[in-house]
Design a binder for this molecule. Sequence first.
Ligand SMILES: CCCCCCC[C@H](O)CC(=O)SCCNC(=O)CCNC(=O)[C@H](O)C(C)(C)COP(=O)([O-])OP(=O)([O-])OC[C@H]1O[C@@H](n2cnc3c(N)ncnc32)[C@H](O)[C@@H]1OP(=O)([O-])[O-]
Ligand SMILES: NC(=O)c1ccc[n+]([C@@H]2O[C@H](COP(=O)([O-])OP(=O)(O)OC[C@H]3O[C@@H](n4cnc5c(N)ncnc54)[C@H](O)[C@@H]3O)[C@@H](O)[C@H]2O)c1
Length: 309
Amino acid sequence: MAFFTHHICRGLSSSAVRHVVIKNVTIIGGGQMGAGIAQVAASTGHAVTLVDTNEDILKKAVKGIEGNLKRVVKKKFADKPEAGEEFLQKAMQNVSISTDAGSVVQGTDLVVEAIVENLKVKQDLFGGLDKVAPAHTIFASNTSSLSITDIASSTNRLDRFGGLHFFNPVPVMRLVEVIATSSTSQETFDSLLNFSKMLGKTSVSCKDTPGFIVNRLLLPYILDAVRMYERGDGSKEDIDIAMKLGCGYPMGPFELSDYVGLDTMKFIMDGWSAANPDNPMFAQSEVLNKLVAEGKFGKKTGEGFYKYK
Ligand SMILES: CCCCCCC[C@H](O)CC(=O)SCCNC(=O)CCNC(=O)[C@H](O)C(C)(C)COP(=O)([O-])OP(=O)([O-])OC[C@H]1O[C@@H](n2cnc3c(N)ncnc32)[C@H](O)[C@@H]1OP(=O)([O-])[O-]
Ligand SMILES: NC(=O)c1ccc[n+]([C@@H]2O[C@H](COP(=O)([O-])OP(=O)(O)OC[C@H]3O[C@@H](n4cnc5c(N)ncnc54)[C@H](O)[C@@H]3O)[C@@H](O)[C@H]2O)c1
């Protein structure tokens, strides 16, 4: 009931409350999610700096963004190739890269973090950035499963901190979950909603609860599929076919796991298992542990539940 009232209040007051106009965005983490968020933000007119500790990953991300945009342009501007070329040039000019987050946040309105799913690493990153980012800068995490409140606790800007949970692949998936903690200001919440709208996404919000809406429902489904496979009740191929043809899902649970990344999936599981040690849902999975130990993280490494080479 408390949540309902809170939610309505946010909705009613949103038109009256000012929001920060987000023009300059720093995205930290140049992997699948960071690159996707950068692509969408750059192609909707935002000046984007993509940051990663690994320069090769940044180069790969920029190449990937350009390749994706070329595909989009070819389709969207089929009758107007010049306008398409101009769109591509503008979007690519909006993207710059850096390996030093601290030096680029000076001029940024919003930091979106999409680094490894580890609380301590995220806290260290935000704690450091909090000391150097301008006062008006909003911080947001793209975490799949961690508490936004816990991540924000490493900073002194609890009112300017929220969750922006995008879905993979970002350019295609239309949803963003916008999460306010009990300390997030209305202005910050509205700014994040407005930013999501500017990216062309539909947003939903919920309390800062484990997995928010989508992953709270998706995680048990995927883990049940893994247990079913481990028990030998069905092959992974048949389980995938069943969920695609029986439910109309675009990917089966094993294809989706490989797509998300088995390393990320294990980070999520381990985090929830530590928080809920008695819940059998989060018990260790032998199959998942083995694949991750072998460096088979799914599509991004060429092998996971399936081979992609
Ligand atoms: C235990 C833990 C479990 C929880 C994990 C949680 C993880 C996380 O927090 C939440 C998630 O994200 S959950 C995950 C949520 N995600 C899901 O559930 C995803 C489920 N899968 C899907 O929706 C579809 O299989 C895809 C959209 C991936 C591919 O579609 P398809 O029909 O099989 O193949 P297609 O015909 O080739 O592509 C169609 C169009 O998409 C375009 N495109 C494709 N990839 C692209 C990229 N990387 N970039 C840009 N664009 C890309 C492509 O160009 C084409 O565009 P066009 O304009 O039409 O020519
Ligand atoms: N993969 C998905 O489907 C998905 C969907 C939604 C949300 N998420 C979340 O998004 C985040 C990133 O996931 P991903 O799939 O893009 O991971 P990824 O492994 O593809 O990319 C993570 C990137 O972060 C970089 N990195 C790590 N620590 C860093 C630091 N301190 N500073 C700068 N860069 C750093 C790594 O070099 C890597 O390139 C995670 O929190 C994940 O839970 C993932």
